[in-house]
Ligand binder design. Structure first.
Ligand code: UN1
Length: 513
């Protein structure tokens, strides 16, 4: 019996235990090789899933194609009702799913619950949206004509998600896509396949209870090769992919090659600017949560702290002191702040980055270390580190998915800090800590932050679902979740209707027979 009620959670979510066989999830045709999912928390095998072969994939697509035909003609508010029921099930299973997220991925139980809450929130948002999929009406230049636009369902949406938000990112896409009338095929990360199975089981239950076809939600399992089935498949008009910039470039090229659409949410290199007018206490909390939350494995994690030289020593010291209070250990134990990294490859990347920053001339302020001994048997626990660095270091320019914070100094005007913050290839999230209205507004202005997310007196991570989520430059340009992100999941049609007995042409063109 594993501690912290994990066995109970697996049971609630319909995941078969190691001795019972492989969990493929309801609605899953997978029959390929087995992926064993080991927990980074204690290194133990949790359960296994089967991968999706090419012929399994064809069956999935047949079922999705068939389901789309009936789903697209169901009134959107009725589709919203299905999403509402899904949200209700998530509420009922929040603890179990939050626990599985924590145990399979390694984030703290609090953050696991937060992730499920994000799923519930997007369901609520999507239910309201199901009555608001509005187009515009326009005045026609031709007499007796009416012109308007409408949004129609797009088709089958392919979703590729990453290990770090193994359930929420899927729901940001599916909840919207479903109310828009699309059906979804999801490939979760091969590092967190059980989270995929758990979600699939929850939605499958809702579909069954409503006598709806299974193909509305499909799960495929495996690595990038399984993702490639979707990026190459012209039956999938939209591929939404979350992960590294390297992965995004491959998917973008493949999908663009067949003139499909992509929604990309890729790497970030997020900074907090700390000006002389910053509230230091708030800055420390925001920066530390941003840098060590989810063990630095959020796209929105704080990677760089850009501090004004007049307060540099003070802020640096306050952050270094705060790191001394961090408790690293089992993320299901609510006394701990920082859990493990996802796997040993991630640990190796963390070690490589720490070596590199020193080799490039950086100064270590809080030493990193791979932890060993009791409670750290998985070999995935590391100490969050801080290094003084320069923005032009190669390693600072690079997104390392680990709890490493680079501290940078700026002098003079806030514009200099903004230039540093924008001086990277990625453009996801950014923040400024200041009580100075002029500085805050300049940061948010046309000449300010170039990121998709720009916050004032808040850290870089922890966005709410109501706003559009995503970023510019190498972050990929996609927007998910709130605002009008739904439009990407639909096709737009302009309609002009003539209710006269004449046929006048636009632009005043004369054509008589
Ligand atoms: C991600 O890391 O891919 O803003 C998503 C945040 C979370 C989502 C992060 N709401 O940090």
């Amino acid at each position: 019996m594993k501690a912290f009620g994990i066995d109970e959670a697996l049971k609630t979510l319909g995941i078969l235990s190691v001795n019972e066989g492989t969990s493929t999830g309801i609605n899953n045709f997978s029959s390929g090789d087995v992926i064993d999912s080991f927990s980074p928390v204690d290194g133990k095998l949790i359960a296994s899933v089967k991968t999706t072969t090419e012929s399994d994939y064809q069956k999935v697509m047949e079922s999705a194609t068939k389901a789309f035909k009936s789903w697209r003609v169901m009134p959107a508010p009725q589709r919203g009702e299905i999403v509402r029921q899904f949200g209700e099930k998530l509420r009922a299973k929040k603890e179990a799913l939050g626990k599985l997220v924590s145990y399979e991925m390694g984030k703290s139980y609090q953050e696991g619950l937060g992730e499920v809450q994000e799923m519930i929130d997007i369901c609520d948002f999507a239910v309201g949206l199901s009555r608001q999929l509005h187009g515009l009406t326009m005045h026609s230049e031709r007499p007796g004509h009416r012109m308007y636009e409408q949004y129609h369902p797009l088709g089958i949406v392919g979703i590729i998600s990453a290990f770090n938000f193994p359930v929420a990112v899927w729901s940001w896409n599916t909840a919207l896509a479903w109310v828009c009338g699309d059906v979804c095929v999801w490939k979760p990360s091969e590092k967190t396949p059980l989270c995929g199975v758990a979600c699939q089981n929850i939605i499958a239950e809702v579909l069954k209870e409503n006598d709806l076809p299974e193909g509305i939600s499909c799960l495929i399992n495996g690595d990038y090769k399984v993702g490639e089935f979707m990026s190459k498949d012209s039956r999938i008009p939209l591929v939404s992919a979350t992960g590294s910039t390297r992965m995004g470039k491959i998917v973008a090229k493949e999908v663009a090659g067949r003139l499909g659409k992509t929604l990309l949410e890729l790497g970030g290199n997020n900074a907090i600017i700390v000006t002389p007018d910053a509230d230091i206490k708030m800055t420390v909390i925001g920066a530390v949560f941003g840098a060590v939350g989810t063990a630095g494995q959020r796209c929105t994690s704080t990677r760089r702290l850009i501090i004004h030289d007049s307060i540099y020593d003070k802020v640096k010291q306050a952050v270094v002191d705060a790191y001394k209070q961090l408790r690293i250990g089992n993320p299901l134990d609510e006394n701990n702040h920082v859990g493990p990294l996802i796997d040993k490859d991630a640990v190796a990347m963390y070690q490589g980055a720490l070596k590199k920053v020193v080799a490039e001339g950086g100064t270590v302020l809080v030493e990193g270390e791979v932890l060993s001994g009791e409670g750290y048997e998985s070999g995935c626990y590391v100490k969050p580190a801080i290094a003084e660095a320069s923005n032009d270091f190669e390693i600072v320019q690079h997104e390392t998915f680990a709890p490493i914070l680079y501290v940078l100094k700026y002098s003079g005007d806030v514009e200099n800090a903004i230039a540093l913050q924008n001086g990277v290839a990625q453009g996801l999230s950014s923040a400024i800590m200041t009580n100075n209205l002029r500085e805050a507004e300049r940061f948010l202005s046309h000449a300010g932050s170039d990121c998709g997310i720009a916050n004032v007196n808040i850290g870089t991570s922890g966005a709410e679902i109501g706003g559009a989520f995503g970023g510019e430059k190498e972050t990929g340009g996609g927007r998910e979740s709130g605002s009008d992100a739904w439009k990407v999941y639909m096709r737009r049609q302009t309609n002009t209707i003539n209710y006269t007995t004449e046929l006048p042409l636009a632009q005043g063109i004369k054509f008589d027979l």
